[in-house]
Ligand binder design. Structure first.
Ligand SMILES: Nc1ncnc2c1ncn2[C@@H]1O[C@H](COP(=O)(O)OP(=O)(O)O)[C@@H](O)[C@H]1O
Ligand SMILES: O=C(OP(=O)(O)O)[C@H](O)COP(=O)(O)O
Length: 403
């Protein structure tokens, strides 16, 4: 894989460089609640701009449905990138249309532009190779060189991640190089006990990862929205909690396999429930109740792990030599459901091992709940991406950067 340093030594002055970043930051309306993913790409963008490149930054944000949706505009991220660079950043109100062409054509050497959300275009995420390829052709017209630095999206076979680098000379940015360097340590000769904690809301994506992790980790702790598919698989009531019904047979097989192979697959013993998902805007109290995991009332929703589970998971992390954690243990954005996530973050800090936290929301949780990010071994910008890397899968966005 060629890196950005090679590109810089070849010379980029006057060239249009397309940087595929992951600026998928959490928003409260148009306010960015954690800018970690924007800060993470600044070294790459700054190095290119300082070397005289005309830098075109592109990213997805959220999961819009292939058409413009103002709630998912990248405009706030472009503004924040400008603040972090200490420079004006132009913003194109489309991705490959007239605004993008004019904005890129108007860049002088050393200037930076951000184009609108890649996922406002159906071709970005299409499963059809020709449709993705046609969108990649339009993106390729905006640039002379491609730099892949959106680590959080390298597991996606999307046009800007996979098809576009095949059309342009391509290089890995600083963030991707750092992320891969650290995660490699968790695949080559990992120190044991190796504990993986999994939570969050992208349940269908991340349940599949457990299949491979069962052959690698010594213990897997399950929390967040993912826990309820496991509890249901054990035959318990889960009320209106997040549930991936079609994966229940797979989860039952994971539980059996873990039992046979001696891997500890640890589930919550208690959970916080409420009648509805909390209203984040009103910040009204959630009034949660604590119930045993095998006694959840019908009609209620599980929103965090309970106090006994917090203690149990802390004990399972206490002797870990390596920890990988992806996915908040509860709806940490609301203070009534943040304790599980706080407890696991604290247990990572208390463990003697090498600790890695991965994922946009997990990293945001660590920072917004007041933890010192420097105290962790590594905070990765990618959740699904790092999990799939640890599974040993070939990731489309990394494969595409190989020569
Ligand atoms: N029990 C739960 N029910 C619904 N959502 C949950 C639950 N626990 C955690 N979450 C949500 O999961 C989201 C993060 O999930 P995910 O995107 O998978 O994590 P990451 O970005 O770290 O990879 C958070 O916004 C959090 O509110
Ligand atoms: O937030 C992301 O992944 P993560 O939640 O696994 O960290 C990435 O930006 C990828 O987004 P996607 O899962 O909508 O493709």
């Amino acid at each position: 894989m060629k890196t950005i340093d090679e590109l810089l030594s070849e010379g980029v002055a006057g060239k249009r460089v397309f940087v595929r970043a992951d600026l998928n930051v959490p928003l409260d309306g148009t306010a960015i609640t954690d800018d970690g993913r924007i800060r993470a790409v600044v070294p790459t963008v700054k190095a290119l701009a300082d070397a005289g490149a005309r830098v075109v930054v592109a990213s997805h944000l959220g999961r819009p449905k292939g058409a413009p949706d103002p709630a998912f505009s990248l405009a706030p991220a472009a503004t924040r990138l400008g603040e972090l660079l200490g420079a004006d950043v132009a913003f194109a109100t489309d991705t490959v249309g007239e605004s993008a062409s004019a904005t890129v054509a108007g860049l002088a050497d050393g200037e930076v532009a951000v184009v609108e959300n890649l996922r406002f275009n159906a071709g970005e995420t299409s499963k059809d190779d020709a449709e993705r390829g046609a969108f990649a052709d339009q993106l390729a017209a905006l640039a002379d060189v491609y730099v892949g630095d959106g680590f959080g999206a390298v597991h996606r076979r999307h046009a800007s991640v996979f098809d576009l680098p095949a059309r342009l000379p391509h290089y890995a940015g600083y963030l991707i190089a750092t992320e891969v360097g650290v995660l490699r340590k968790l695949t080559d000769d990992v120190k044991r006990p190796y504990v993986v904690a999994l939570g969050g809301a992208k349940v269908s994506d991340k349940l599949a990862v457990i299949d491979q992790l069962l052959g690698k980790a010594d213990r897997i702790l399950i929390g967040g929205g993912m826990a309820y598919t496991f509890l249901k698989a054990k035959g318990y009531e889960v009320g209106s909690s997040l549930l991936q019904e079609d994966q229940i047979p797979a989860v039952q097989e994971y539980l059996e396999r873990a039992e046979k192979s001696g891997v500890e697959l640890v589930l919550p013993v208690d959970t916080l429930v409420a009648g509805a998902f909390p209203d984040m805007k009103a910040k009204a109290p959630g009034n949660p109740e604590t119930v045993a995991a095998d006694a959840m009332p019908a009609g209620k929703m599980g929103l965090d792990i309970g106090p006994e589970t917090r203690k149990l998971y802390a004990s399972k992390l206490a002797d870990a030599a390596t920890v990988f954690w992806n996915g908040p243990m509860g709806v940490f954005e609301h203070p009534d459901y943040a304790e599980g996530t706080k407890a696991v973050a604290q247990a990572l800090l208390d463990s003697p091992g090498f600790t890695v936290v991965g994922g946009g929301d997990s990293a945001a949780a660590v920072r917004t709940l007041g933890f010192d990010e420097q105290a962790f071994g590594h905070i990765s910008t990618g959740g699904g991406a790092s999990l799939e890397y640890l599974e040993g899968k070939t990731l489309p966005g990394l494969a595409a950067l190989e020569d």
